[in-house]
Design a protein around this ligand. Sequence first.
Ligand code: FES
Ligand code: FES
Length: 158
Amino acid sequence: MIVNFTLNGRPVSRDLPPQKRLIDVLREDFLLTGAKESCGEGECGACTILLDDKAVHSCLVLAGQLEGHRVTTIEGLAENGELDIIQNAFIEHVAIQCGFCTPGMIMSTKGLLLQNPDPTEEEIRIALSGNICRCSGYVQILAAVQDAAKQLREVAKA
Ligand code: FES
Ligand code: FES
């Protein structure tokens, strides 16, 4: 079926099998390999992207569900070659080790801060509870999210 949707701000149209998973559409049809597959069952969060500004697991979304929707991947965050505030905060707080979980962590953070610019620590923990990291410390990730939220609030005020 022909599927029309917006990918990282750009309208796209592709002939896709309706049952093809979004993670495979992104990686195979659009060569966007930022979203990672680990569990393939909605348990790990490595494949997280935004669907209409909400963080979802792209291994659980099918091509047939995309018509008219907006998909944002980690590749869609940088502007003019500059990483965005959340990406920079993860680097500054050393919230990354192997980096396999990081695109998903950052997209879950993006989704959270779009809905809730001033989250409590508990709200951050809940928002990231679907993202598993096997090698970094969650303490640094929490600090990165809190710092990014603060910086984004300051930008919004300016
Ligand atoms: S690969 Fe999608 S949640 Fe794990
Ligand atoms: S940094 Fe390695 S899994 Fe999170």
